[in-house]
Structure formats: C-alpha cells, structure tokens
Design a protein around this ligand. Sequence first.
Ligand SMILES: Cc1ncc(C[n+]2csc(CCOP(=O)(O)OP(=O)(O)O)c2C)c(N)n1
Ligand SMILES: [Mg+2]
Length: 379
Amino acid sequence: MPCDGNASCTDNGRTAVCPDPADLSFRIATLRVLDEQGRVQPTAEPDVSEAELVRLYRAMTLAREADQRMLKLQRQGRLGTFPLCTGQEAAACGSAFALRPDDWYAGGYRDLGARLLRGEKLETSLLYWAGYEEGNVSPEAGRTLPTSAIVAAQTLHAVGIAYAMEYHGERAAVLTSLGDGGTSEGDFHEAMNFASVWQAPVIFLCVNNQWAISMPRSGQTRSRTIAQKAIAYDMPGVLVDGNDVLAVYQATREALDRARAGGGPTLIEAVTYRLMMHTTADDPGRYQSESELQEWWRRDPLPRFRTYLEDKGFWNADRQASLDEEIKAEIDAAVQALESREGLAPDAQFEHVYDTRHARLEDQRAEFLANLARESHHA
Ligand SMILES: Cc1ncc(C[n+]2csc(CCOP(=O)(O)OP(=O)(O)O)c2C)c(N)n1
Ligand SMILES: [Mg+2]
C-alpha cells in the first residue's frame, strides 16, 4: 500500500530523496519499503517468494555488469554510443518485474534491466547499440516495443496500445517509462491527456534521474514533484524512492492491478540518480558536482537490495560469487556473439528507413559514400 508519508518514509535521508508530503499543498502518495541501509519497513513489505526476489536481484546485477562491460567495449571502439543505466536498475527492474507476460512494455533507452526481465537476450541489446537492425527485434521478449530513442514518443505508443486493448476487451495493461526531461515534451502531455480521457490501462513511470543530459531537473519544471502532474489529468500520482526496488515494484503492481480492473492510468515518479554519464559521448564532470554524485552512490540500489536479501537469509557471499561467475559467462557469450557477426557496411544507416528505396535518401547515400571515399583517399 502506498503510505501517507508517515510510516515508511521517515528516515533521515527522505527529504533528499523526495519532498516532505507535509510541505505540499495537495496530497501525493509516497512509498518506500527499504531504507537507505536496506532495512525493511515490515508493514510495506510485498509478498514475493525467495526465488522471485533472487530473479529480480539477478536482473539488476546483470544490467549493472553489462552496462560496465559495454562502457569498456565502447571505449575500445567495439560498440557504438550508448546511454548508461548504472544507478537506475531498481526503477527499471522493479517496474518491469510487476508486469505479466500479456502486458505490454514501451520503454526508453536507459531501461536495459527492464528489457532483460522481459526476456530480451543481452545479445539483442548489444546488437541494438552496435547499430544492427536485428537489435530492434526481440520476439523472446514478447509484448515489448523496440527501444525508443525519441524522448517521450513511447508514451503515445503506450496509450494507443492500451486504448486498443481496452477496446478489444483485453484485461491487460501497458507500462511505459520516460525520463524527467521527457515530461517537458508535448508527447508526454498528449499521452497523459488521452490516457485519462479514455481511462486507458496504462502506467507512466517517470524515472527522475535529476538530469536531462546537462539540464538539471530544476531547469525542467517548477513543479515540486513530477508525480503531481497527475493531478491535472485527474489520475493517481505516486512518488516512490526509485532506488528502492521493492517500492517501485509495489507501486507499479498496484497501478497495474487498478488499470487491468478498469481503473484507468497512473503516473509514478521514481526518484533516482544517473550515476554515470548521459551517454558515452558526454562528460558529466563539466556540470555535475562530485559531492552530489558521491551522495547518490551511497544510495546505490544494488547493495541496498542485497542487504535485504541477506537479512532474510536468501543471500550470502557464496551465492554472490557464483552469480558473478554466471553473469560474467553470460556477458562474455553475448559479446562473442556480437563480435562474430559480419561488420556493418558504412552505409547501413540508410537501410530500414523506408520499406522500399526512396530516391532522395538514395541521393544522400551516394553523397555520403562519395565523401567517405574522398576522405579515405586523402588519408
Ligand atoms: C524528441 C527528442 N528531443 C531531443 C532528443 C535528444 N535527447 C536525447 S536524451 C535527451 C535528454 C532526456 O532526458 P530525460 O528525459 O531526463 O532522460 P534521461 O536521459 O535522463 O534518462 C535529449 C534531449 C531526443 N532523443 N528526442
Ligand atoms: Mg533524466
């Protein structure tokens, strides 16, 4: 149950994570299950089996380790530019963990853990960021849309799907995720509006990582919370500690249950932090304060969830060691599969734009190839 701000949100770190509900002139439900040390608030603890909790922890760990390996690959020129998800595993994994296979998922570009939980192979994610069209296709992930690099566009797709399901009488729901910067896009507001008008079964998860590239959240909106934007659309808005995987799971689960039962959309704000660069093409040292970064590393969602699992007797150093080995082997295999592929032609970017070849695009391709030939001649 979302608390009223009194029960599970009273530890010292809370005000740095989300505003005190008492400071707001309206009511926004807030939710936290694990405090920053990983201690559980028993009345808020969701009922999840040991095996399922371990599956969730594994997905978070795989996302973190894959992210860090991808960074090395990119630095070695073996992978394209990509956005890092380190620090945001609880938001991505906790939300996707609440989905059923017959629900849809329409994510953004920083949701690796969610895609893995949906069943996408790591190799497919690597193919996407290496520029292969096949990276857009992951039948193993079921009802999961391809990665959206267009900020907030996926929220419209999600509402369309949710409306169609409602129309056909399907009792399933859609989860879409976007960033704090995405809430400045018209697409987001159009999506929220029609989701509400149609009472479509869709959950908007805003992963507030405090930054839109170098633009801080304060330069994005004057709203004290992003969750409160739900009020304008007359839908529930929930503020969760986005580094608390159980809180994200619980909030998403309740919103999904409500949506499937005909209760309409929900906006969830998961407050977290981008611990690495925006993408590998960014240098956050130019705009991010070191002390703020350190403050958020202290709230790292992974050790926090691990402490919870250890306290329950579900986890220990031996299990961690074998998981680390298993994950390393999985990542090695995915990288090997990527690198055993034939390389992409330099003009591969001109394929797949249209179903049939388009004269103007073909002119651009010819110009591009001519430039490339000229440059390599000079070199
Ligand atoms: C429609 C659109 N405008 C601009 C961009 C360029 N762009 C890529 S990521 C980004 C920042 C988005 O920030 P946020 O929504 O907070 O997500 P985050 O990257 O922090 O996860 C921008 C402006 C884009 N991809 N799509
Ligand atoms: Mg952001």
